[in-house]
Design a protein around this ligand. Sequence first.
Ligand SMILES: [Mg+2]
Length: 285
Amino acid sequence: MHNIRTIVFDLDGTLYEDTHHFRYYADLLREMLPKEYQASFEKDYSAVETDQHTLKIGRVYDAKEDLILAHQNGNVIDGWQWDGEKVTKEELNSLYPNTLEFDLFTMLSIGDLWWIPVSIAKHYGLSSEDAYSAFLQTREHMMTDSFILEPLKEFAQVLEKLHGKYKLVLMTNSPQTDSDVILKKLGFTSYFHEKIFEANKPASTSEQLTYISNKFNVSFEEMLSIGDNYINEILPAARLGCHTICIDSFNLFEESESNITVKNLAELAELLENDLLNEHQSESF
Ligand SMILES: [Mg+2]
């Protein structure tokens, strides 16, 4: 990674690890459902939390067909009904002859914890509009003083040092107003040379990375993309030739195209410190 000049960071799950806002989001989504579905929503949510549901991080929820899918690089390899019953290979082949195209409304890639409650809510009939409004309300809650966000100290120190040596870019699917507040709570406001909000990852990841490459006049090989969502931040970046670091807290991506995989922010901080800040930088990858 010795020729890196620009580093692109995701926000949620990448610059901080807090998770208690997912419960808040789930509560909002549940309350938007008709009364008769609320208990089932809760039952499913608990089952996912204890890994007793077919819905899991790393899978896909097809809201149109109401199916849960496992895939490898977008090719469906397994599928289940909501209740866990397997879908036959023949049916899968006829439903998904092509590589999956993920979007934010019907073909949901469960790349991080945001997608669990929203997939369950959609299964019980919640509209995309309601789901998005619950998302915005959660982000708003995260802006209030009662939502405390502490940065990981080691990571904050590394980020500050990186800021002096590299062009740092924030690229998030979240809106600007609340993302700015989160950055402020973390104390990271002044560290980014460019911020891209509502980035529409993964559909527009390549386009955004191309924009960054042009803006800072760097090649893809001189860029490093860091994120906790493999589909959003790692795969499209790796395909372009960028270096990548995947934060994989759930051990999902054994056969990943990521250059490096770390478990959490502490590991990420250590890696960045050793490979991008130390004078004798490793050139091993
Ligand atoms: Mg993320």
